[in-house]
Ligand binder design. Structure first.
Ligand code: NAG
Ligand code: NAG
Length: 355
């Protein structure tokens, strides 16, 4: 079954100030599988509230949840179990209109258990001023490698506040894949050289919305404007696959053989040739920052980086694009610890240059 997804240009005012407009309107993906074969669960089957209780609103049938941010608090939920290897996925819709300063995060972490040596895999959606599109980044940490951020930043080919799209993180012993719908947008293949920077301890799934005024939009230039509150993000068709593991007794504990085998043979564990092409197209057209090409930050790229000479051509030595979008400002880069609402720490990425 072949399905072509064409970008909807009706929201093109989104990009009206951008020379990317024409380019984006001709963008399309040819993908073999329209959807993965997934088993969805209810909120209570897999998750518990994390913070901002009143701002976590479950749907009457328990199949979906909304996370709200207002002037008093953000909110979040967490998986009831920790998993060693898994597939974490949800259909997500982000807040609309003026969303500067907001961060919606969908990620796995074990920072609550391993404060100094935590592992983490991130989708972080960064709000924007009205009329400017959401952007997002992916990142990973292993065994507390917080001084070695591995951020990539991207635009989207659709408006994530208008439609639900599925965002997924696959984590196996061999690789990590970030997906949007059935399009793999980033794959990290485990290599021996990565050592413990590759996440290796059981992690929980987190979903949060929080005020990231000092970081999310143009490096903190635009704050959350609570005139537009509450900001609502919706999560539905929740999927948690993998082996539930007690993080402390990990060694003596569960036999994960069966669930690991199920993970590794699932449709989302195999990147088809068409999907690989779609991944390359996505990365060529929508990635605007990669730590792998940021040679000021990493004179020697981290070991998992696959340097594509043609791709490298497109980036400056700051890891930012040479062309496309607006001009990057001078590389004013900060990497400081930020408190993430809800007990979690995150290391801020490179400042967003594209406003
Ligand atoms: C989908 O997955 C279920 C169980 O995970 C399996 O029983 C079923 O055969 C799968 N369907 C397809 C079309 O692969
Ligand atoms: C993880 O990092 C900590 C602190 O840097 C180190 O002591 C520990 O040995 C590392 N874990 C493993 C399994 O090597």
């Amino acid at each position: 079954m072949t399905k072509t997804k064409k970008m909807d240009c009706s929201w093109s005012s989104y990009f009206s100030s951008s020379s990317l407009l024409l380019f984006l309107c001709f963008f399309s993906f040819d993908i073999i599988n329209a959807e993965f074969n997934l088993t969805t669960i209810s909120f209570d089957e897999g998750y518990t509230p994390l913070f901002g209780d009143g701002n976590l609103v479950r749907s009457p049938n328990g199949r979906s949840a909304r996370l709200l941010l207002d002037r008093f608090t953000g909110s979040g939920f967490i998986s009831s179990n920790m998993y060693k290897y898994g597939f974490f996925s949800a259909n997500i819709k982000l807040p609309a209109d003026y969303t500067a300063g907001i961060c919606v995060a969908f990620y796995t972490s074990n920072q609550d258990v391993f404060e100094k040596t935590h592992d983490e895999l991130d989708f972080e959606f960064l709000g924007n001023v009205e009329g400017k599109p959401w952007r997002f980044q992916t990142n990973l940490y292993g065994n507390g490698s917080t001084n070695r951020g591995r951020e990539e930043r991207y635009r989207l080919w659709f408006d994530p506040s208008k439609e639900f799209h599925r965002y997924s993180i696959l984590w196996t012993a061999k690789n990590i894949i970030f997906y949007i719908d059935d399009i793999p947008i980033r794959e990290i293949v485990r290599s021996d050289e990565m050592k413990l920077d590759y996440p290796s301890k059981p992690m929980s799934l987190y979903a949060t919305i929080w005020d990231a005024s000092n970081w999310a939009t143009s490096g903190g230039k635009y704050k959350v404007n609570y005139k537009y509150a509450p900001f609502v993000s919706e999560f539905q068709d929740l999927v948690l696959e993998g082996c539930p593991v007690d993080p402390i007794q990990e060694l003596s504990a569960t036999d994960c053989f069966e669930s690991d085998a199920r993970l590794e043979t699932a449709d989302y564990s195999v990147i088809t040739r068409k999907q690989r092409l779609a991944m390359r197209r996505f990365r060529q057209r929508f990635m605007y920052y990669s730590y792998c090409y940021d040679s000021l930050r990493y004179p020697v790229p981290p070991p998992e980086c696959v340097i594509d000479p043609a791709e490298k051509e497109r980036f400056r030595d700051t890891g930012r694009l040479k062309f496309g979008g607006s001009k990057p400002k001078a590389a004013k880069r900060r990497r400081s610890r930020r408190a993430r609402r809800g007990r979690v720490q995150v290391v801020a990425a490179a400042e967003d240059p594209d406003m």
